[in-house]
Design a protein around this ligand. Structure first.
Ligand code: UD1
Length: 358
């Protein structure tokens, strides 16, 4: 039975791991999960393991709240030790965080083949820490599991057709997850299962990207826009700890109460019942589409270009006027959401079957 070491660390990876763990179990591959500890509190980590029934990690490295270099370096050192002990047949990393990069680098140096889930995404913005993580991780991976045709094309244009690697569009594991949990979310959501009955239309908003939180002008513009929208909509803003810290430090105030980060079931209920989404999150801009909602992306570029090309999502940057102008249009939108750019909801099973061939 192939032994697969999976590495998680940040919130979006817990969600993706939920789908893969289930598929690995189904096809009888042994999984050893390592949690780097990058995200650590109840709302950002524990609730996902509990609600989504993700197996308990065999190792929790407890590495968090450090600068990028220190965090990645410490993870690299500790992951190497775990890999030397466990001697897995393959290492699976997800997405684009510091945990992804450290995991891929530790494995590649030990000549353990790496599978990258969500390979080939590019924002073409080298200032984003995530873009650096993606590019390096892809280059040292053996299996590049792409979520979209665009991601495959990105890799081919970077010369991956000439490398001894397997590049494949298997669909998006996040679509698998959304389909699976949407059937039970209403029952298990704890905060937002009564949303349908609200008097005002709901807007779901999140933001935490470094490019928005560390640039005070951008941060202020986003807050100003949300404060205006609050006159008309009920805004649900689950606040990321990074954003919370900076808003408090800079004395920038919202004229409504944000909420703590929510679990996945509440997120699904919010997505099902909101009017539209405003976010800088990579995951949420797609989840909006899965639940037939349009999304304003408060960034200048996106890795998920298909939804912009299809007219569902808009890139509005951290520009107050653009956010307000497009928000106005969203209210009356009647789009059909018929396309299927993210596969059939069986991406994790495809990955498990490919890894079973080892
Ligand atoms: C990370 C990922 C990003 C991903 C995001 C999802 C990198 C470079 N970035 O960004 O790609 O979209 O996660 O959320 O890896 N904190 C807490 N409690 C927690 C987790 C974090 O208080 O449970 C605090 C940390 O101490 C830190 C801040 O939040 O001060 C930011 O956390 P960090 O892990 O650096 O990255 P994210 O901004 O979450």
């Amino acid at each position: 039975m192939p032994r697969i070491l999976t590495i998680v660390g940040a919130r979006p990876q817990f969600v993706k791991a939920a789908a893969l763990s289930r598929a690995l179990k189904k096809y009888e591959l042994e999984e050893i999960m390592v949690h780097t500890g990058q995200h650590f509190d109840e709302n950002m980590a524990d609730i996902f393991f509990r609600q989504m029934e993700i197996p308990e990690p065999k190792y929790n490295l407890g590495i968090h709240s450090l600068s990028h270099g220190a965090m990645t370096g410490r993870m690299l050192e500790e992951l190497e030790k775990v890999m030397q002990t466990e001697k897995p047949d393959a290492v699976v990393v997800f997405g684009d965080t510091n945990s992804t990069l450290a995991g891929a680098l530790a494995a590649a140096k030990l000549h353990i083949p790496v599978a990258h889930v969500e390979a080939g995404l590019r924002s073409f913005n080298m200032k984003m820490p995530e873009e650096i993580n993606r590019i390096v991780t892809d280059r040292i991976s053996s299996w590049l599991f792409c979520p979209t045709d665009t991601a495959v094309r990105n890799l081919l244009s970077e010369g991956y057709g000439n490398f001894h690697v397997r590049v494949e569009n298997i669909g998006d594991v996040m679509y698998d997850v959304a389909l699976f949990y949407s059937r039970i979310s209403e029952k298990f959501a704890t905060q937002f299962n009564g949303l349908k009955n609200r008097e005002r239309l709901t807007v779901l908003a999140t933001f935490h990207r470094q490019e928005n939180t560390d640039n005070l002008k951008c941060l202020q513009n986003i807050v100003d826009a949300l404060n205006v929208l609050n006159n008309e909509f009920s805004i649900v803003l689950p606040l990321h700890p990074r954003t919370k810290k900076i808003l408090e430090r800079e004395n920038i105030s919202l004229n409504f109460d944000p909420v703590d980060p929510v679990g996945y079931f509440d997120m699904i209920e919010l997505l099902k019942n909101c009017t539209f989404v405003i976010t800088d999150s990579g995951g949420l801009q797609k989840e909006a589409f899965f639940f037939k909602k349009q999304c304003l992306i408060i960034r200048d570029e996106t890795e998920w270009t298909e939804l912009v090309d299809l007219g569902y999502n808009y890139l509005v940057g951290a520009d107050k006027e653009k956010i307000l102008e497009k928000a106005d249009a969203m209210r009356y939108s009647r789009m059909k959401f018929q396309e299927k750019p993210y596969g059939e909801g069986n991406a994790a099973e495809k990955i498990a079957l490919i890894l079973k061939e080892i």
